[in-house]
Write a new protein. Structure first.
Length: 451
């Protein structure tokens, strides 16, 4: 890849204070342990647990959407942090409470409740747990935005995401092997208990993070809600973020149910998918992070979202139509390419679109807005899947099912998200066509054809 355009982003990295350098290391450790918790309380583990308990499509959509609805608490968390003038303690408290609640989910089968009540209680538990975690996440984002120098954010968070992704890969491989060999519900219960233990260790690492001083009560509660909406550029970013989260959640709750229910993949095969995605992401997140430091986040985000809209749904659908699981392995690589760009770029664009002063209020509004839009998308996904069952058909021996319609709808919406990035202003950012031209030059230089 050739990135030859001169930019202020190529300046030498700044010298780091000892507290900042220490935080960068401990944050990787914190992220690694937390990733085990995240992977084992979501994805194939949670979906498998819900399917075992007899969850309906609507409940599957709800359980994926509740963490997003919980993000409405973010402005309140920002306001409380402003009153306290501290973020570390509040972040740790929210993380500890939110993650510890999953012990109740593990214990549910022991209560002897009706299956329908079990699944409803898990949906409720996910909501309550996510409320605490959303508040902690908002504070952590603004906190780390103040700790990590702007010139290093892309490469640092890209590298961190890659390392954490490898840990998640190993965790998924281990839990997939375990779930295929241990009877239910003991397998799911054990996974949830271990995930809480890992989360507790991860939360403890936050105690060693550097915490820059923040002014107390910089904004009142009304201003915490209103200030981000009065900023024109941040509003433009929010429009993109709202649309993107809605488009993703239209199909995201049903990717793993599709793998399990329609493609009949085992938990081990799903873990292999995760291994391919995570190992590929180790390269792609680091690469995209460095590219974002050089060319800006907008162009990287545009390429990532278009790839997520075109390549991912296409490979999922082709796997179902042909019965060839190799399309699923290919989708894992595309997942790493797309989300390796989207993850760091959208995080950094949120930070640079918000003024440093009162940044936590802006991040809180971003969390609230995207939470609500994602929740709406996720809530609609279940009824949409049920409605699409009426449009299933078979032609020349190929069965087009409701999942395919849902993936097609979400894919088209995702692939067009880049259009809403145009009004967002970012200092020294390249245009998307400049990045694509540079990539094309790099590929030709390596001997790959690109017309």
């Amino acid at each position: 890849m050739s990135l030859s355009r001169t930019s202020s982003r190529t300046a030498a990295p700044p010298t780091l204070e000892p507290g900042v350098k220490r935080t960068l290391g401990f944050s990787v450790l914190e992220g690694a342990f937390t990733q085990v918790f995240i992977n084992w309380t979501s994805g194939s583990v949670l979906i498998g647990y819900m399917l075992y308990l007899g969850a309906s499509p609507t409940q599957l959509g709800l359980v994926a959407s509740m963490p997003l609805l919980a993000q409405v608490v973010s402005p309140f968390a920002a306001y409380v942090a402003g009153l306290a003038g501290r973020r570390k303690l509040l972040t740790m408290l929210g993380a500890f409470l939110g993650r510890g609640l999953w012990l109740l989910a593990a214990a549910l089968p022991q209560f002897g409740l009706p299956p329908a009540l079990d699944t409803s209680l898990i949906v409720l538990l996910v909501l309550v747990s996510s409320v605490f975690q959303a508040g902690a996440g908002t504070l952590w984002t603004a906190w780390m935005g103040d700790v990590v120098p702007g010139a290093l954010r892309g490469r640092y968070f890209g590298a961190r995401a890659g390392i954490v992704g490898v840990v998640g890969m190993l965790a998924n491989l281990g839990v997939g092997w375990f779930l295929d060999r241990v009877a239910s519900p003991v397998d799911f219960q054990a996974a949830l208990v271990v995930s809480v233990l890992a989360a507790t260790i991860g939360t403890a690492f936050l105690a060693f993070h550097h915490e820059p001083p923040v002014p107390k009560a910089a904004l009142g509660f009304r201003a915490t809600l209103g200030a981000p909406l009065r900023d024109a550029n941040f509003r433009n970013f929010l429009v993109f973020a709202l649309y993107w989260q809605f488009a993703v959640l239209l199909s995201a709750p049903f990717v793993f149910p599709y793998f399990i229910d329609s493609l009949r993949l085992s938990f081990t095969q799903i873990a292999v998918w995760s291994v391919i995605a995570s190992s590929s992401a180790l390269l792609t997140t680091t690469l995209w992070g460095r590219v974002a430091d050089r060319v800006g986040n907008k162009a990287v985000l545009a390429v990532g979202t278009f790839t997520a809209g075109l390549a991912l749904p296409s490979t999922w659908i082709l796997a179902g139509l042909t019965g060839d699981v190799r399309f699923i392995w290919a989708s894992a690589v595309f997942d790493a390419v797309a989300w390796g760009a989207i993850g760091p770029a959208i995080f950094n664009l949120a930070l640079v679109s918000a003024p440093q002063q009162d940044r936590v209020a802006f991040i809180a509004m971003y969390s609230l807005a995207t939470g609500l839009s994602g929740f709406v998308g996720g809530v609609l996904s279940g009824p949409l899947l049920s409605a699409f069952r009426l449009l299933e058909f078979q032609l020349w021996g190929v069965h087009w099912n409701a999942y395919h319609w849902l993936f097609l709808l979400s894919g088209v919406a995702r692939a067009n998200a880049w259009r809403l990035l145009r009004p967002v202003q970012e200092t020294n950012a390249w245009k998307t066509r400049e990045l694509l031209r540079s990539i094309r030059i790099g590929w030709r230089a390596m001997g790959f054809p690109w017309r």
